[in-house]
Design a protein around this ligand. Sequence first.
Ligand SMILES: Nc1ncnc2c1ncn2[C@@H]1O[C@H](COP(=O)(O)OP(=O)(O)OP(=O)(O)O)[C@@H](O)[C@H]1O
Length: 355
Amino acid sequence: MSLTRDAVLAALKDIKDPATGQDIVSAGVVRALTVDGGTVRFVLEIAASAAKAYEPVRADAEARIKALPGAETVSVVLTAHSKPDTPPDLKPSRKAQPAGPEPVPGVDRLVAIASGKGGVGKSTVASNLACALAAEGRRVGLLDADVYGPSQPRMLGVSGRPASPDGKTILPMRNYGVTMMSIGLMTNEGQAVVWRGPMLMGALQQMLMQVQWGALDVLLVDLPPGTGDVQMTLAQKARLDGALVVSTPQDVALLDARKGIDMFNQLKTPIYGLIENMSTHICSNCGHEEHIFGHGGVAREAEKLGVPLLAEIPLHLDIRTSSDGGAPIVVSQPDSPQAQVFRDLARRLVADGRA
Ligand SMILES: Nc1ncnc2c1ncn2[C@@H]1O[C@H](COP(=O)(O)OP(=O)(O)OP(=O)(O)O)[C@@H](O)[C@H]1O
């Protein structure tokens, strides 16, 4: 029996909206529902501050739809409300946006660096990979789209405001051979920013399309963790060539990484591979190796998912201190074994024509 939109809506009507007490369909929380064969996708549009309260609702909705006859793949994402009352800081200068993904001008390849879970070292991988690609002679850009914790200015030792001489385009920053732009350079330092859906889209689109990236072999995009607006917007607005998914070996991180991979599959973005970070701990005093977070989990997961495991990056104090100090280990200790892992990753991506 094939799954119908009505059957999906009927199942969702059994779920109560915590904010209004109505069912989530009547409360207008369910948006952008598509039912395509056995694939069901929709968003739950909620207030930005209510994300925690709605996670059980999201999980419940996903479980109920999955249990319907004919349901195969179900994607439910939480997205923040679009209240028109707060004007965005960042106004895209173009009004009508063309539908469908566009190439980023001058950029040959657009590659996302994603993680399902926060704090797994996605930004550390992104900055080191960018520097390693630059060391291979590639023209590389890094767009820090981690709206919830932009860390690339600190990791790449970049500060100051990007200039906009004509008021329309933005000049990117540059360090260690990497052309970079970060959402953190466009907001005031230390200022908490609550991004709503449309603001995110505007800011991301502006950073992709209005920054003068110049001619680049590859533009890496450091995404926020998880599966939300930024990921969706990126895949819908820009022609994304592929994604690298970073995970630590723990089960919880892997579980989230799987969700990330599922999302990219649904967005039809090829997964170039998994990167295991904090793979083994190497003691900075004695060099002793220890598998703090377990070992082999990401390799097993990669095999299960049929994607390559591209790198296993050790947990090493120097990786953290170098990033904290504004010179990634690939730059500050290029001949160290830790830097070598990133350089091997860069070489592999170049050899495969992906960077
Ligand atoms: N392999 C590693 N060895 C040592 N420290 C690491 C390693 N990878 C990341 N770290 C440290 O872990 C912390 C989190 O890393 P990072 O900011 O790159 O994670 P993230 O996944 O981008 O986080 P967020 O969820 O905030 O975007 C940082 O202090 C970083 O220096």
